[in-house]
Design a protein around this ligand. Structure first.
Ligand SMILES: Nc1ncnc2c1ncn2[C@@H]1O[C@H](COP(=O)(O)OP(=O)(O)OP(=O)(O)O)[C@@H](O)[C@H]1O
Ligand SMILES: [Mg+2]
Length: 327
């Protein structure tokens, strides 16, 4: 399978500014060390507690922010590699923006209320000059509306006329308009009623099957992530602490944090497997002053001397884990 993106030691620090001269007094270390790659047609789930850097990772990949350090490589359809960590030229930018799209958490904020549904979905097509005539473009957009389970005569209506679930379908139609190779979805269903959440997830899965799109699927909901992902990445305080095939991760989680995270889900017991008696107490430490050594050591019941002194690096090729318990 062809690679689409890889990150190498990506960091994102946000400066904290104080006083009338806005002096930088520290940094929020939202991403500390992120290494991963995603291939065509693959779904990678990203999980972790609030504030661990999931959305920041999505925003760095969609180039809303540049990383503070590290490299992001993008591979086009022909396998040509582009370093997109910092400013990129217009041509690469256009290519990247048609290959990668994002579906945000809140479909009430993400659709411009002054634009019709037709205009919202057509906008990326116009920027990329996909169609020569208006009528071809209109037919294509109406087709997209049908694909996401909406009526084609919604074309001339406005976002306020639609429910959350319908708006998320509109956002998905816009995201797939340019036939992207990768879609990043950040909590795509958490603003929706429970009853429509699974419909939107199923739509995303159907679209993937039809179009071979890769997803980076960010979510709090471990159950959803388990069902949609091929691989899962567990983040803690800006670090990827474990990454493995979905089934493998849920059946044999290695990192004490992953084990605790799964245990915190009520009723979660894949195949009756009893997870060790770890619970996740308290809040994660602040990303402004993360603990030395392993970021999880203050909450870890297996903590050893080395854990507060040395930061564990990722080990193993397939089931990756960053923990001193595994040499
Ligand atoms: N633009 C910003 N400026 C300053 N700090 C930020 C900014 N964006 C995020 N942060 C901080 O970076 C850390 C990671 O935030 P992020 O939104 O990526 O977490 P998350 O895992 O998506 O959390 P949630 O599950 O609540 O959505 C948090 O401490 C957050 O306050
Ligand atoms: Mg978030």
């Amino acid at each position: 399978m062809k690679k689409i993106i890889e990150t190498i030691n990506v960091k994102k620090y946000f400066p904290i500014k104080k006083g009338i001269f806005l002096k930088t007094v520290g940094h929020v270390k939202a991403l500390e060390s992120v290494n991963f790659s995603i291939h065509e047609n693959q779904t990678i789930g990203v999980v972790g507690e609030s504030g661990c850097g999931k959305s920041t990772l999505g925003r760095v990949l969609t180039k809303i922010y540049n990383p503070t350090e590290g490299t992001i490589n993008y591979y086009d359809k022909d396998g040509e590699k582009y370093d997109i960590s910092n400013k990129i030229n217009k041509k690469t930018n256009m290519k990247y923006r048609s290959d990668l799209q994002m579906v945000f958490q809140n479909p009430f904020d993400s659709l411009d209320p002054r634009m019709t549904i037709g205009d919202i979905i057509s906008e990326p097509l116009q920027i990329h000059k996909v169609f020569k005539t208006k009528s071809e473009e209109k037919d294509y957009v109406k087709d997209l509306l049908k694909k996401v389970g909406l009526y084609e005569d919604y074309f001339s209506r406005y976002p306020h006329e639609f429910s959350g679930g319908q708006r998320q379908r509109i956002a998905i139609a816009r995201a797939i308009a340019l036939k992207p190779r990768l879609i990043i979805t950040d909590e795509p269903t958490s603003a929706l009623d429970i009853s429509v959440q699974s419909q939107v997830i199923n739509l995303l899965k159907d679209i993937q099957k039809e179009n071979n799109i890769a997803y980076i699927f960010i979510s709090h909901n471990l159950d959803v992530v388990y069902h949609v992902s091929d691989r899962i990445m567990v983040m803690y305080l800006g670090n990827v602490v474990e990454e493995a095939d979905s089934k493998e991760l849920f059946e044999s989680p290695m990192h004490p944090y992953t084990q605790a995270l799964m245990k915190s889900v009520p009723g979660w017991n894949p195949r009756e497997r009893k997870l060790s008696e770890i619970s996740l107490e308290g809040e994660p430490p602040s990303p402004i002053a993360p603990p030395p050594g392993c970021p999880f050591h203050p909450r870890c019941k297996y903590k050893m001397d080395i854990c507060s002194k040395e930061k564990p690096t990722i080990k193993n090729a397939d089931h990756k884990v960053a923990c001193h318990l595994f040499k």
